[in-house]
Design a protein around this ligand. Structure first.
Ligand SMILES: Nc1ncnc2c1ncn2[C@@H]1O[C@H](COP(=O)(O)OP(=O)(O)OP(=O)(O)O)[C@@H](O)[C@H]1O
Length: 691
């Protein structure tokens, strides 16, 4: 990326042109101590992903988190971004020396996940603007927010494509902006709020070398000149990219092997007996070391822990000698056999509490037994110890201090009012509808096709009781089925396609799910109304049901209710499981009893299954449609005699004894109930990280 543009930005890093937009401009240093993360596993204690990892991400620096696949890089990134779920987390994270407050920190940081989750129907500018509108304080004028977005577009060199649709990225078949531009849009969405820390999970994946270098150059610029702390995970970076890194965090098997300046890595590993051969780059060398899980990995992990303890003891000594710590009662004792992590914690406890533990540690130190190194290979000792930049400059906090808990954002840190979120999201939903005419056209065409099919099959029904009444019942059953299957399937599929974006935006605290739910429902209503009009209008006259205004209105109303309830059922099923296939299977499982227990297919319902009919909205809808059609119908016997009471032709299993209006009212109740259940169900899914 040409630096010229970035560097020529009029705003000085410390004196931004739009200071009031800044959420917080102080550089942020993130220290993490004794981080352990376990995921549930059959065995006791869970499966360890990270084991007592300690280090630092310095302020205004770009830190590369490297290591072999499965080392725990993404997990560490998520933990530092306070965006982890599904496991047990222990340890301490300090931001600028203060215990991290996850919600606050999430508000001040940005996360860019490995895959870009962007709304394909938005333009680049709209995507950034939505973030700005929902994430910056509502009191800020729209023009100031636009100003901020323009500034970011400039910084990210996205001005030339700002009005382009983002489009789809289906396995590389991009229809819209390029992969590199998508990545930069994702970064921009994070930058809109002037994030102090930016976490990126493999930002260069899928980019060609030029785009990757441009992106890393941009991030380096943001760290150096805009004072953002950048933490990114990366695989096999090129030498040009490596030159841009300030610091390196090297993980293997969930353990920390190195945390310090990138430029010191070679000498550190050389001092530990692992000199870099001239033909290998630093990145290649360290990744090669990580592969040696028998020797190099445990050795370097032990070496790293030792340097932490040495540093802590050194600080301890200097505090004692300076008289800052009183010799007092003992509360603990360093043990020869306990793990390094525990020792580090104990030393930290002593430092954190000031006086109490000091005497014992010192006594141990005088006996030359600071810590036990029994769990690290004794051969090939380091020639000399390289002090790591990462070694905490202040007291390490002990394990028993309140640990950060594993949690996912649930939108608690949303800054705008609910009505405002609904407003912004409604406009976005509306744009999605009209920007994707194909979706609109396909759904419309589907309804027209089914209407024509039913119309052609039951074209102008006869009026003799033998054929006419059965065909009437059958055609109405197919009409009801169309109003169940199609909206349910469409809603379920659409909800699954919206979920990644919903997940990202909720976890970034853009809005509450209630706003999404209301906006989605409000905007889709007129479109569903249109589909219902097209379908019922076509099928009604093609089949030749009774032509009266009231009957047509009731026919339309019952079908519209069926459509809305089925849409809700689809959304409900999409919330039941993360996997789309499972969601669709659950939905299909609902369809069978719903369509079976309408009374059309069976002549009687077994007593023990009668409850299904009582709660089936399709049974009420179908019964209402049938009664609406048969009441007042002029129908003749095969001999030409008019049947005085055509409702007598309605099979007993369809007749539920209610008026058509009452069927409609009950369905309205079911609709409201199901909407509430769908909302609560998705809210719980978000709360329990199952979205
Ligand atoms: N929820 C989980 N359940 C089971 N195992 C998990 C879970 N989360 C992570 N792991 C395992 O933990 C290890 C570290 O995962 P992580 O994604 O952090 O690795 P990584 O270093 O980012 O790997 P990669 O470079 O391949 O993305 C992996 O072996 C992974 O399979």
């Amino acid at each position: 990326m040409p630096e010229r543009n970035l560097l020529s930005s009029p705003a000085s890093p410390r004196e931004p042109s739009t200071p009031s937009l800044a959420v917080n401009r102080h550089p942020c240093e993130i220290r993490f101590q004794n981080l352990s993360f376990h995921v549930p596993h059959k065995g006791e204690g869970g499966l360890p992903i990270l084991n007592g990892v300690t280090g630092v991400c310095r302020a205004s620096k770009m830190v590369a988190v490297m290591g072999p696949s499965g080392a725990g890089k993404s997990t560490l990134l998520k933990i530092l971004a306070c965006n982890v779920s599904g496991g047990e987390l222990q340890g301490t994270i300090l931001v600028n020396g203060q215990l991290v407050h996850p919600k606050e920190f999430r508000n001040q940081s940005a996360v860019v996940w490995q895959s870009d989750v962007l709304l394909s129907s938005s333009t680049v500018k709209e995507a950034l603007m939505t973030s700005a509108l929902l994430k910056l304080p509502q009191t800020l004028s729209r023009s100031r927010k636009e100003e901020r977005v323009e500034q970011i577009l400039e910084e990210l060199e996205l001005q030339s494509v700002k009005n382009n649709m983002i489009g789809e990225d289906m396995d590389g078949a991009v229809s819209g902006i390029s992969g590199g531009e998508r990545r930069r849009v994702s970064v921009g969405i994070g930058l809109v709020t002037d994030a102090r820390a930016i976490f990126l999970d493999e930002p260069t994946t899928g980019l060609d070398s030029d785009s990757a270098e441009q992106l890393i150059a941009l991030l380096s610029h943001l760290a150096a000149h805009k004072h953002r702390s950048i933490v990114l995970t990366i695989h096999q970076p090129s030498s040009d990219i490596c030159e841009r890194f300030d610091d390196l965090i090297l993980l293997s098997c969930g353990r920390m092997l190195y945390c310090g300046p990138w430029g010191d890595a070679d000498s550190y590993f050389a001092s530990a007996g692992f000199e870099r051969p001239g033909y290998r780059s630093t990145a290649e060398h360290i990744l090669t070391l990580c592969k040696d899980k028998e020797y190099a990995v445990p050795f370097l992990a032990g070496q790293y822990q030792k340097s932490l303890i040495d540093h802590a003891l050194h600080r301890l000594d200097s505090q004692v000698s300076m008289g800052g710590i009183k010799r007092g009662s003992s509360i603990g004792r360093l043990s020869r056999n306990s793990s390094f992590a525990a020792e580090v914690g104990k030393v930290g406890a002593a430092l954190a509490r000031g006086s109490s533990l000091i005497v014992d540690i010192e006594a141990q130190a005088q006996r030359g037994a600071h810590v036990s190194y029994a769990d690290m290979p004794q051969s090939a000792p380091p020639r000399h110890s390289v002090p790591l930049q990462s070694v905490p400059s202040q007291a390490l906090l002990p394990d028993e201090l309140p640990s950060t808990s594993s949690q996912l954002v649930t939108g608690d840190e949303v800054v705008t009012a609910g009505w405002y979120q609904v407003h912004v999201l409604s406009l976005r939903f509306l744009r999605s509808w009209y920007r994707c005419p194909v979706n609109l056209a396909i759904q419309g065409a589907q309804y027209i096709f089914f209407a024509l099919l039913i119309g052609a099959t039951y074209w102008r029904l006869g009026s003799d009781s033998a054929g006419g009444s059965f065909d009437r019942l059958a055609s109405l059953w197919f009409v009801a089925s169309c109003m169940v299957l199609q909206p349910g399937n469409n809603a379920c599929t659409i909800m699954y396609s919206e979920k990644p974006l919903l997940r990202r935006e909720i976890s970034n605290g853009l809005y509450h799910y209630s706003s999404f739910f209301i906006a989605k429902g409000l905007v889709s209503l007129p479109f569903q109304l249109m589909f219902a009009c097209i379908f019922t209008g076509s099928v009604y006259f093609l089949v030749g049901y009774q032509i009266t205004v009231v009957k047509f209105f009731l026919f339309f109303a019952l079908n519209f209710e069926l459509l809305l309830i089925s849409e809700t059922l689809g959304i409900l099923c999409a919330g039941l499981h993360r996997n789309e296939l499972v969601g669709m299977i659950i939905l299909a499982t609902f369809y069978v009893p719903l369509l079976m227990f309408t009374g059309f297919i069976q002549t009687h319902t077994p007593v023990y299954l009668a409850w299904i009919k009582k709660i089936s909205y399709v049974a009420y809808g179908y019964s209402g449609l049938v009664k609406n059609e048969f009441e007042g119908l002029h129908i003749h016997t095969t001999q030409g005699m008019e049947i005085p009471d055509p409702t007598g032709l309605i099979p007993a299993n369809i007749e539920n004894g209610l008026s058509v209006a009452m069927d409609a009212v009950i369905m309205l109740g079911i609709l409201i109930g199901m909407r509430v259940v769908a909302y609560l169900q998705m809210t719980l899914a978000i709360k329990f990280h199952k979205l």
